[in-house]
Design a protein around this ligand. Structure first.
Ligand SMILES: *[C@@H]1O[C@H](CO)[C@@H](O)[C@H](O)[C@H]1NC(C)=O
Length: 287
């Protein structure tokens, strides 16, 4: 191994260990009775987060589009120990639904401690063929609604010294083929919430923002997309969900899960040609 590579690997390892060592410890009691709104909670990571919050005894409002499924998740949350669990069906592509959902949560819970933004719209896994309508729609769902809901919830979060938790992706830090619209929305999220983090700090805000960089997670929708084309290992949704909740509750700026997303993010711009070669080679594609 080249000395440079060794030095780099060692520094990254030391940085990771130091980060783990100094990370504030999570206190499960802090979530008892906490007022939480989780979006995209009918399935996948959002559903798992709802169950974890339920076990910690939180008061939860969940949202997604499918009422029937939300109903089932709410029932399960109550049986798992949630102090309160309610749902509201909503379409995040709509101009008004995102605010309606925040209003519902504020009314029903009497305030908010955690705004957990996690929903995404379905998007094809394929080369981009110029479908602008889809890009516009996905931007509304995956990005505009996040900004809108955050702004609506901020006054209440200021009062409660609450948190905004944004579920993003390694694909908000690194580009890849076949997912141009999706990647655009995740880069937009990282940019927007990065700027907002600065602004809140400069205003001495009480609100913390946590941005989560996730790798491939074994949700049904993700597995369906990549099963024939990618061999990246998938990590469990329930563990991803728990890590997101802990990072939010300890008011840390960023979560990287699994660990390799941190290495990739740090090393991203070292050797761009090598990086792009491996990204393209990691997919089986014949023109
Ligand atoms: C932070 O919370 C305190 C109450 O604990 C409040 O007086 C103050 O205005 C809040 N800060 C902002 C920026 O809203």
């Amino acid at each position: 191994m080249k000395t440079l590579t060794k030095v780099l690997l060692t520094s990254v390892t030391v940085a990771l260990l130091a980060a783990k060592w100094y990370a504030p410890t999570f206190n499960a009691e802090s979530l008892r009775g906490a007022k939480v709104l989780v979006t995209g909670a009918s399935t996948g990571i959002g559903e798992e987060m709802a169950y974890h919050y339920a076990k910690f005894g939180a008061q939860i409002v969940i949202t997604a589009r499918r009422e029937k499924v939300l109903q089932q998740v709410v029932e399960k949350c109550l049986s798992m120990g949630a102090q309160k669990a309610l749902y509201i069906a909503a379409d995040m592509a709509s101009d008004s639904d995102p605010e309606k959902v925040v209003d519902f949560a504020l009314d029903q819970l009497g305030g908010l401690d955690y705004l957990v933004l996690n929903h995404i719209g379905p998007t094809p896994f394929s080369m981009w063929e110029g479908d602008m309508e889809h890009v516009r729609w996905l931007m509304k769902v995956n990005f505009f609604s996040y900004a809108q809901m955050t702004w609506k919830a901020l006054p209440s979060l200021e009062q409660s010294k609450g948190s905004v938790v944004v579920v993003s992706s390694l694909l908000g830090k690194l580009t890849s083929p076949f997912v141009a619209p999706y990647i655009s929305t995740k880069f937009a999220l990282n940019g927007f919430f990065g700027a907002l983090t600065h602004e809140l700090a400069m205003k001495n805000s009480n609100v913390s923002i946590t941005t989560c960089t996730l790798g491939l997670i074994d949700t049904e929708s993700a597995m369906e997309k990549v099963k024939d084309v990618s061999h990246v290992p998938a990590y469990p949704a329930t563990e991803a969900a728990l890590n997101i909740i802990k990072t939010g509750a300890t008011r840390q700026r960023e979560l990287f899960y699994p660990w390799y997303t941190y290495i990739v993010t740090v090393a991203r711009d070292f050797f761009p040609d090598v990086r792009d070669y491996f990204i393209q080679k990691s997919y089986s594609y014949t023109p």
